[in-house]
Design a protein around this ligand. Structure first.
Ligand SMILES: [Zn+2]
Length: 204
């Protein structure tokens, strides 16, 4: 399949345009359906990569450190994100463990790794090996990361449990809050303009 990096397609109506030259922060609307379909990020590639690497570190903290600590009659217990998902797998809603694992743990990790991979090469104006496939995957994965939904769910649980248990938010929960903001920053920019910022060494 041949790639056409000088062309761009509206995601909403499939109209094809020649890729415009935009300044950071500028965007264009589709002339057919009027939907905004391309906006250039204010982040340059170096900042984008730095934020992606920071997100990966915060992701590890969010997964390793306890997100919640519960005390009741002198008994204490704490859980991490991983243990929460494992508990789902062993509870009455076993099937929920699969989408929870994918949307909260697997997809965000995959997204950060793939984005970091293409940005690492893009900062030198080059296309990473497997560039075309990675770019497609990034567009596919973007709607399936739901860290913010998990965060809201945990906060609601804390509020409900706080009525009859002593509940203390853990470091993992604060890390999830920071990760939600960082992930929004790195996942929001349109990755398609990386086509025009990079040149291929070989056919990708
Ligand atoms: Zn359109």
């Amino acid at each position: 399949m041949k790639a056409f990096p000088t062309l761009i397609v509206c995601e909403h109506c499939d109209a094809v345009y020649r890729r415009p030259t935009l300044a950071p922060g500028e965007g264009v609307r589709c002339e057919i359906c009027a939907a905004p379909f391309l906006r250039l990020s204010r982040l340059d590639v170096d900042h984008w990569l730095a934020l992606t690497m920071t997100s990966a570190v915060i992701y590890v903290i969010a997964n390793v450190c306890p997100i919640i600590r519960v005390s009741f009659n002198g008994l204490h217990n704490e859980t991490t994100l991983w243990r929460s998902v494992a508990a789902l797998a062993h509870g009455p809603v076993t099937l929920m463990a699969v989408p929870a694992t994918l949307t909260v743990i697997v997809v965000p990790l995959l997204h950060m790794l793939l984005l970091g991979w293409v940005l690492l090469y893009a900062r030198r104006g080059r296309r990473a090996p497997g560039f075309r496939i990675v770019m497609k995957l990034l567009v596919t994965l973007r709607p399936w990361s739901m860290i913010e939904v998990a965060l809201i769910g945990i906060l609601v649980s804390i509020i409900k449990l706080a009525g009859f248990l002593h509940v203390v938010p853990g470091v993992g929960l604060w890390a999830m809050g920071v990760l939600t903001v960082l992930f929004t920053l790195i996942a929001s920019p349109d990755t398609r303009h990386l086509w025009s910022l990079t040149e291929s060494d070989v056919a990708v």
